[in-house]
Design a binder for this molecule. Structure first.
Ligand code: ATP
Length: 271
């Protein structure tokens, strides 16, 4: 049974998201550790003001340009991403012509199927990484976690991989394979954020719809414009800007000695 959340609760949106995750955890889509990872994300979202920041927008433009320039883009989907943004991921895959592939750290046949079923329920026609040829089709070299198992037609052959809620090891391994990675991670300090080609420091519930609409807007733009966008982008600089925003916000808040109820920014976009 899902919890009734009063619409006027000051943190209604955040509570609804938690309920969604718990619901999918009970169905075996979200791993136990996925709930903990979400808590870490929420903490950073709080620090960022729970809204899409200017550095996140800049990263989104570069990410959209990379996806439109890619020959074989793939979106890697784990339990949390499937629980939080299933139809948004399907929409993104259509707009940029990317394949959807299930890839799990806590991997079991049952969970792979459960995550794929959520994507299919959201309209995905073909999900890679589960069953058939995708069954352990290939492995990422020098990676010990179960996330090394990839589809030969998907991540293994991809040139650009979208990795929402990823772990740092695999981003490094994908980089060694010559792939470009687009991470979505609320923690600008994580190894994932630091290692990815482009990191969108934002909540996945805001970042994926923003990425889709930005890609839609850029579709049809000349390749020279897309190349200029990716050429001008520097992930370290943009991550530094996200960290700077947190520092500035904390400096302001520390001076007001306000309680969280008095802090002005608590906005949360709905998917
Ligand atoms: P790394 O291996 O990259 O250093 P980690 O060990 O912190 O990272 P995980 O424990 O797998 O990695 O955590 C997943 C990451 O996802 C965390 O950095 C967390 O901030 C982020 N995260 C969790 N929920 C969300 C969300 N809804 N949107 C965006 N990022 C999120």
């Amino acid at each position: 049974m899902r919890l009734e959340i009063p619409p006027d609760h000051p943190r209604a949106e955040s509570l609804r998201t938690r309920e969604e995750l718990v619901h999918y955890w009970k169905l075996g889509v979200v791993a136990d550790a996925g709930l903990i990872a979400h808590g870490r994300g929420e903490a950073f979202d709080y620090l960022l003001g729970e809204e899409t920041t200017a550095p996140a927008r800049e990263a989104t433009w570069a990410a959209a340009a990379h996806l439109l320039l890619a020959k074989r883009p793939v979106i890697s989907v784990n339990g949390n991403a499937a629980a939080l943004v299933p139809s948004e991921l399907v929409r993104l895959s259509r707009v940029v012509g990317a394949a959807l592939e299930v890839n799990l750290f806590y991997r079991s046949r049952k969970r792979l199927k459960a995550v794929a079923a959520v994507l299919e329920g959201a309209g995905a026609k073909h999900v890679l990484g589960v069953g058939g040829r995708g069954r352990g089709g290939a492995a990422i070299p020098e990676l010990s976690s179960m996330r090394r198992m990839v589809d030969v037609e998907g991540i293994f052959a991809a040139d650009v991989v979208v990795v929402p809620l990823e772990d740092g090891d695999r981003v490094e391994a994908l980089k060694r394979m010559g792939k470009l990675t687009i991470a979505v991670d609320l923690n600008p300090l994580s190894r994932t954020s630091q290692e990815a080609t482009v990191t969108i420091v934002d909540n996945v519930v805001r970042a994926i719809p923003n990425l889709t609409s930005t890609a839609d807007e850029l579709k049809g733009a000349p390749a020279s414009k897309l190349r200029a966008l990716v050429g001008a982008y520097d992930n370290k600089r943009v991550l530094g800007a996200s960290i700077g925003l947190i520092a500035k916000r904390l400096a302001v808040l520390s001076k007001t000695s306000a309680t969280t109820e008095q802090v002005p920014v608590v906005k949360r976009a709905r998917r």
